[in-house]
Design a protein. Structure first.
Length: 222
């Protein structure tokens, strides 16, 4: 899965759903407000990987190559079946057995999560950043500000806080951090060009802040 493929995110950045996923500031998933009680770390890792896959879908081979590289194919597929069974059990414990197929499915060679009912913060963040960049480059300052501010509100801390190391997740975190810096620099530039020194200084402070959750909580993004 390449980074470009991973971000075929929803066209509506404000999409919501009963499954809420947080990547920023530490990974967490809730269904109708109930946290998913993961059976094993591997189950959580696979679910997290699917959330950023194109359309939330991977083939079984995609997953065995990613999580059991070099292992005997039959053994790897058996490990994947166990993980999928555990994911279904965890979803059932959080939301009831009637919700399992709605949220997570395995059909033929495909394993997928239902992004139509899933609100993933990093997908929304990247959608807002992309929209903000488009508006900025076409000199639509007001719309650029709207999207950049919404993106910054979603960025509640670096991706990976408290999570086990994942090379692909680390690269995503670095990319999102870089996008945050670009958005802030552009916001500062737009306010300066508009003559609003106070707002330019406020967002300039965010550039040096390593703990964006703290600024968001104090009203720094108003």
């Amino acid at each position: 899965m390449t980074m470009q493929e991973a971000f075929e995110f929803e066209t509506d950045p404000s999409v919501s759903g009963p499954v809420l996923v947080r990547f920023f500031g530490g990974f967490a998933v809730t269904i109708d407000g109930q946290a998913i009680p993961w059976v094993r770390r591997m189950d959580k890792r696979i679910f997290r990987y699917l959330l950023l896959a194109p359309d939330g879908r991977c083939t079984r081979k995609d997953l065995t190559d990613a999580f059991w590289p070099g292992q005997d194919e039959a053994a790897a597929l058996g490990s994947l079946r166990t993980a999928c069974s555990n994911i279904r059990k965890a979803i059932s414990l959080a939301a009831g057995p009637q919700r399992v197929d709605e949220c997570f499915s395995t059909t033929g060679d495909a394993v997928f999560v239902n992004l139509d009912i899933t609100n993933v913060d990093v997908r929304r963040y990247l959608a807002h950043v992309t929209a903000g960049n488009t508006c900025y480059l076409t000199a639509d300052v007001q719309e650029a500000l709207v999207h950049y501010k919404r993106a910054l509100t979603l960025y509640s801390g670096p991706i990976g806080w408290g999570d086990e190391p994942e090379p692909w997740l680390e690269s995503l975190g670095q990319e999102c951090s870089a996008f945050r810096t670009i958005a802030l620099e552009r916001i500062v530039r737009m306010f300066r060009e508009d003559g609003d020194t106070a707002q330019a200084m406020k967002y300039g402070m965010l550039l040096a802040d390593k703990y964006p959750r703290r600024m968001a909580a104090s009203g720094g993004l108003a």
